[in-house]
Design a protein around this ligand. Structure first.
Ligand code: MSP
Length: 650
């Protein structure tokens, strides 16, 4: 595994308490939990913080709609988050609520200090305000008169307010981001922030709301007619929770934070507001801010109005906590969007968990019962295994997973770590098949049977330890079945072959991951849900019009063509390799009659990136280029200027 860190402090966004938690919230929290668990496995002192964002307009509006006070709204909703985290086996060390005194005190003290140092000033403001995003915009920011973030109508507003001198940090921030490549990840998100910072002068940040308009917030210590803007309040949770201004020793232990995990929707607040706030406070920057993509329902953005939001509790009820955590971690390539469908879930569950891991666990435990008197047999010596090709392969695959899964995690390639570990799991199955201990048992070759089963059991417990951060409950059961009773696995104990104690009694638990038949599930999924799914299918209305959400469901990005070649036997097709910033893709395009391959190299084109992959004339294609055509003329839609590949086209 990679170089050891001195400490690991990981955070999730603090979630708004305007509604119940959904799969998106569950995902970021599981991801943080997995990272925290891996660092505990590595014996790195770890601190994992999550919590709730309880002030601001969204919470006030939800309270009004429910006919309760904002504090009641918070108290009633926070328990849903806490219950879900408990159910999901989340091991956060702390849970912060922004209505707690330990937080509000710090926010007020920070505001007072910045005000005294003239980092905050009062001014008259005239401009535009988006209620949904709770953000101010200048005329120039608007997109055809609408909010540039969410596309909704904005209100004209004239107000006296307090402003943080964010603009003075623009040059510093650009330089900081450019000289600290690990600061904003993945790299294409750093480019997104740099694009934002370089294309316009950074404005000062309005950090107050007059109580006459919104009373639910932390009062400004220097003006009782105002409350604090919810983002200025919320971001401070990352330091108030670890002792900033209250326990300097503790603060020193954990700050700077190792990793702020966020969804891509809150990039600007975390990579522009937060660093400039910290700079003004004279504090160190977090080591990294990692923005992951969205979970989509099929190919559509999850939204309450579409009724397609996946409820984590339902999934856990049907498949168990561990399978749910496993799917989310294995299925999403960090940084990219990913699609959630129950059918894909069941497919991966059956292939990875029921067939591979579950099957090997059942086989090993059954055979230990049958042939080894329910005990771990004596360990064969390494010398005895030398020259045994099948055994060497298992040992090599497990060692590879032990040695390199940590590197994958340090690089935030969690799906890569899962793939390495599952390769090792599969190698145990292959090994058993080749060594056929049942045959050796029939022939009375007991020493062979025992050697085979020891190698398999030892490899299995090492894989189980590596999977523990993702599937804590089932992996504790599996390791216990193999006679390992420490709940928290340690990397040091699984580095080498032969740590499994011989002579220890094993247990035979129920099947870890019983197979699920999709056809049966499909029938059981309530009819209501099916109707919802049907309603979600993108369809043109009678007038041929599509909704805003349907348009937004098509993801367009800029891409640079890096290779282009003809496809043998297909006159109209070209095979292209394109650079999307965060990834390379192969796209087959029907443009061969209009372009010679060489002319395409380095052109920046527009690609539909969430098109279902397909094979065209047997060649795999992942995306579609946009082109304009008239008669027999065709021209690719291209983008001038120097936007980086992977820029969103909206
Ligand atoms: N309260 C702010 C964050 C303040 S942090 C100082 C907020 N809260 S939120 O409740 O809206 O949660 C947003 C976060 O939830 C996203 O950044 C992401 O982590 C997670 N997700 C919400 N929907 C999601 C998906 N569909 N997919 C993946 N994660 C998403 O913003």
């Amino acid at each position: 595994m990679s170089e050891k860190r001195s400490h690991f402090y990981v955070t999730t966004p603090i979630y708004y308490v305007n509604d119940q938690p959904h799969i998106g919230h569950a995902y970021t929290t599981i991801l943080a939990d997995v990272l925290a668990n891996y660092h505990r496995l590595l014996d790195v002192p770890t601190h994992f913080l999550t919590g709730t964002d309880e002030h601001g307009q969204k919470v006030q509006q939800a309270a009004d709609a429910n006919g309760i006070s904002p504090q009641e709204q918070c108290d009633q909703t926070v328990v849903r988050f806490e219950a879900l985290w408990k159910r999901l086996e989340i091991t956060n060390d702390d849970f912060i609520r922004t209505t707690e005194k330990r937080h509000t005190d710090v926010v007020q003290a920070t505001l007072q200090e910045l005000f005294d140092r003239d980092q905050i000033y009062r001014a008259e403001y005239a401009g535009w305000y988006c209620v949904g995003c709770e953000r101010f915009y200048t005329e120039k920011d608007l997109n055809e008169g609408l909010c540039p973030e969410c596309g909704r109508a904005v209100d004209s507003i004239v107000e006296s307010n307090y402003f943080f001198r964010m603009s003075q940090y623009q040059d510093w921030l650009v330089e900081y981001i450019e000289t600290h490549p690990e600061f904003i990840q993945p790299a294409f998100r750093a480019n997104e922030t740099l694009g934002f910072l370089k294309n316009q002068p950074l404005q000062d940040l309005c950090i107050s709301r007059p109580k006459s308009r919104l009373a639910w917030g932390i009062e400004l210590p220097f003006d009782r007619d105002f409350v604090t803007y919810v983002w200025f309040d919320a971001l401070i949770n990352y330091i108030s929770a670890v002792g900033y201004r209250s326990d300097e020793g503790r603060f020193k232990d954990w700050w700077p934070c190792s990793c702020h995990l966020i969804g891509k929707d809150i990039l600007t607040t975390h990579t522009v507001y937060w660093p400039t706030m910290l700079k003004a406070m004279g504090l160190e920057m977090p080591q990294s801010i990692f923005a992951h993509g969205w979970w989509l329902t099929g190919r559509t953005k999850m939204s309450k109005s579409l009724g397609n939001v996946v409820n984590p509790m339902e999934m856990i009820d049907r498949y168990g906590v561990d399978a749910f955590r496993y799917f989310l971690i294995a299925e999403m390539t960090l940084g990219q969007d990913a699609s959630f469908t129950e059918e894909a879930f069941v497919k991966r569950y059956n292939s990875d968990l029921a067939n591979d891991l579950g099957n090997v666990a059942n086989r090993v435990l059954n055979m230990l019962s049958r042939y080894c008197d329910r005990r771990i047999p004596p360990a064969p010596t390494m010398a005895a295994l030398e020259g045994e090709a099948a055994a060497s392969e298992v040992l090599a695959a497990v060692e590879d997973a032990v040695a390199h899964s940590g590197d994958c995690i340090a690089d935030m390639k969690l799906d890569g770590a899962v793939a390495l570990i599952m390769t090792a799991v599969r190698s145990i199955n292959v090994f058993l098949q080749e060594r056929a201990p049942w045959g050796a048992a029939k022939e009375g070759r007991q020493a062979d049977v025992e050697a085979t089963l020891y190698v398999a059991a030892d490899a299995l417990q090492r894989c189980a330890a590596l999977l523990h951060p993702i599937m804590p409950e089932k992996m504790v059961q599996l390791r216990a079945a193999l006679g390992v009773n420490e709940v928290q696995p340690e990397l040091e104990k699984i580095r080498c072959f032969g740590e499994l104690e011989s002579g220890v009694e094993i247990m035979q638990p129920d099947a870890l991951f019983p197979r699920v038949e999709w056809k049966t599930v499909e029938k059981e999924v309530p009819v209501k849900k099916k109707k919802q799914e049907k309603a979600m299918e993108p369809k043109a209305s009678e007038e041929g019009l599509v909704t805003f959400d349907q348009v937004m469901a098509v993801q367009l990005k800029t891409a640079r063509i890096v290779e282009a070649e003809k496809i043998e036997g297909a006159d109209k097709l070209l095979k292209l390799q394109v650079d999307l910033g965060s990834e390379k893709r192969q796209i087959v395009a029907g443009i061969a009659l209009h372009y010679v391959p060489e002319a395409l190299i380095n052109q920046t084109v527009v690609v539909v990136v969430n098109l279902k992959p397909a094979k065209l004339r047997g060649v795999f294609s992942e995306g579609m280029l946009l082109a304009a055509s008239s008669g027999d003329q065709l021209q690719l839609v291209s983008v001038g200027g120097d936007l980086p590949p992977g820029s969103a086209v909206k």
